[in-house]
Design a protein around this ligand. Structure first.
Ligand SMILES: [Zn+2]
Ligand SMILES: [Zn+2]
Length: 255
């Protein structure tokens, strides 16, 4: 099993996960041509994707999904709540599937286990994806951790974890007050220290990969995100990966 990112942040997200003959894309916030170019950097042909999974209806996650899925005939999976918000954009497409935020499902060789997160969307989820041997936990776009989140991510072999902002940088930024409140609120985004606290609360004994994701380009830096997480694991800061808005990150394998 291996995974890679085509980009991460408020301007667009996309994570490729592959096991055996199965390949999925989690979220797609980029345009059709841009997505194809980003996938090509990873050696992934669009029509080799078995499904696109959507975490929630914000445009940096679902914005590119309808056109890309339609063009390449790819199945799309969204929560029933997300479907109520963006279902019209998938009208006329055959393979669009709803799921409940607590119910696991299979796509080829991958088991997909969604779990709900507190975020300002209708029925937002994140995922643990497994090939039976290894578990990859994906967590971005949540305002705070919950017991359910921690239970879901405990014992994973790899984590892609939101470190959206640094509280001091956000407080000192020129963002309007209301936007600062939205980002740092319980239904907004996880700051570095909250992400570190989450990491400290779960079993990380099997962790082979940790990638900081969905960083704000204005209100965080890779160094700050890495430092916060490295302090919890007592590891070298550069062991921790950072998912970039422009480049995502390259393939990481679980073995
Ligand atoms: Zn987002
Ligand atoms: Zn969001």
């Amino acid at each position: 099993m291996r995974f890679a990112s085509i980009g991460s942040g408020s301007e667009g997200n996309g994570l490729v996960v592959e096991a055996g003959a199965t390949r999925i894309l989690i979220d797609c916030g980029f345009g059709v041509r841009d997505t194809a170019l980003r996938l090509a950097r990873l050696g992934v042909a669009p029509d080799s994707l078995d499904a696109i999974l959507v975490t929630h209806e914000h445009s940096d996650h679902v914005g590119g999904v309808p056109a890309f899925a339609a063009k390449h005939g790819i199945a799309v999976w969204l929560t029933f709540g997300t479907l109520t918000v963006v279902g019209e954009r998938f009208a006329g497409m055959e393979r669009v599937y709803g799921f409940d935020s607590h119910d696991a499902f299979a796509i080829g060789d991958l088991e997909v286990r969604p779990f709900p997160v507190p975020h300002d969307a209708r029925e937002p989820v994140q995922f643990v994806v497994s090939d039976g041997a290894f578990r990859l936990g994906v967590l971005t776009d949540l305002g705070m951790s919950t017991p359910c989140v921690e239970q879901s991510l405990s014992g994973c072999d790899a984590l892609v974890l939101e470190t959206n902002h640094d509280l001091d940088l956000l407080a000192g930024s020129d963002y309007p007050y209301s936007l600062k409140q939205r980002i740092s609120g319980r239904f907004g985004h996880l700051h570095n220290e909250a992400s570190a606290a989450l990491l400290a609360a779960i079993d990380t004994s099997r962790l082979q990969h940790l990638v900081a994701a969905h960083l704000s380009q204005q209100n965080n830096t890779p160094d700050r995100a890495r430092a916060a997480l490295a302090a919890v694991l007592s590891c070298a800061a550069d062991w921790i990966g950072v998912a970039d808005q422009a480049d995502g990150f390259g393939w990481r394998a679980l073995a």
